[in-house]
Design a protein around this ligand. Structure first.
Ligand SMILES: NC(=O)c1ccc[n+]([C@@H]2O[C@H](COP(=O)([O-])OP(=O)(O)OC[C@H]3O[C@@H](n4cnc5c(N)ncnc54)[C@H](OP(=O)(O)O)[C@@H]3O)[C@@H](O)[C@H]2O)c1
Length: 270
């Protein structure tokens, strides 16, 4: 989902782009990663690939670790050996959700589940492998070209009169259309370290669903439910809103603007 949008943003920015999928650059295979980087000799690598099945990672942590940590580190090392800068995408799920104000870059990490643990290990592997890195934590992504909450709920809402959505998880919904150009900007910048890049403002999944239905003109009722009643294999942080203290960091527009942008793009594609 994000990768496609990054490719579009980089091409729109005038960059020559090699858009690699698993077939050309398998993060679970070090030789495949080294071959791909050696073939293309990029000036910068933006890694949007990951094991993103949060619930599946609970049962298959080794598999998730191979992609999200070992593979990410291999990619960073291969890029660094050729002098390339690395932009690596990470997640709000490195935090435990215990704060009630936005998480900033230096806040203590304590992932609740396997996915977050493997993504945190990835951050550390990338930082160790390549000094010229930007690790970008983002959150609650939605956009064209991949499974995401907004599209899932819009599809459900078109079929049902009522849905129930959790209101006790609060985060930073982020449109790939806003994040992608910011990643490209960071790839061309010089600042290193961790950056938090997410849609401005915050809301619960319930509020996000209500806003999406209102915007799309759906009259489906949205009941509130709780994480305790909607049990999933992986625990989710109760509060994972991302804020930034980095002056060099690009700022993204508010999540409501992102939602409007996504729904407008959906309408054009329909
Ligand atoms: N979605 C969110 O809400 C969210 C929130 C915070 C952070 N993030 C992070 O944002 C990034 C992009 O997420 P997304 O939502 O765009 O994910 P996505 O749609 O699931 O895309 C992930 C991509 O990674 C590829 N991939 C998986 N294993 C691979 C491997 N071994 N080698 C090469 N490619 C592999 C997948 O390829 P296949 O199609 O072949 O499986 C897929 O194209 C990830 O780093 C994710 O952790 C996502």
């Amino acid at each position: 989902m994000l990768g496609r949008r990054v490719v579009e943003a980089a091409r729109a920015g005038g960059y020559e782009v090699a858009a690699l999928g698993r077939a050309e650059c398998d993060l679970a295979s070090a030789p495949s990663v080294r071959r791909a980087v050696g073939e293309h000799r990029p000036d910068a690598v933006i890694n949007c690939a990951a094991w993103t099945d949060v619930d599946g990672a609970e049962e298959h942590e080794e598999g998730a670790l191979a992609v999200n940590a070992t593979g990410a580190g291999e990619l960073a090392a291969a890029a660094c050996a050729l002098g390339a800068r690395v932009v690596h995408v990470s997640t709000d799920y490195v935090f435990d959700g215990s704060k009630r104000s936005p998480w900033v870059e230096d806040d203590p990490v304590a992932p609740l589940g396997a996915y977050g643990r493997t993504k945190l290990a990835g951050e550390r592997a990338v930082a160790a492998a390549c000094a010229d890195h930007a690790i970008v934590r983002t959150a609650w992504l939605f956009g064209a070209g991949g499974r995401n909450f907004v599209d899932t709920m819009l599809d459900l809402g078109a079929k049902r009169e009522e849905v129930a959505v959790v209101s006790d998880q609060v985060g930073s919904p982020t449109w790939t259309g806003h994040l992608a150009p910011a990643l490209v900007e960071l790839a061309a910048a010089g600042a290193t370290g961790i950056f938090h890049l997410a849609g401005g403002g915050s809301c619960s999944w319930h509020e996000l669903c209500v806003a999406a239905y209102r915007h799309a003109g759906l009259s489906t009722r949205v009941e509130e439910t709780t994480s305790a009643r909607f049990v999933r294999p992986a625990p989710r942080p109760a509060y994972s809103v991302l804020g930034t203290e980095r002056v060099e960091s690009p700022r993204l527009p508010a999540w409501r603007e992102g939602l409007a942008g996504h729904l407008a793009a959906r309408a054009v594609a329909a």
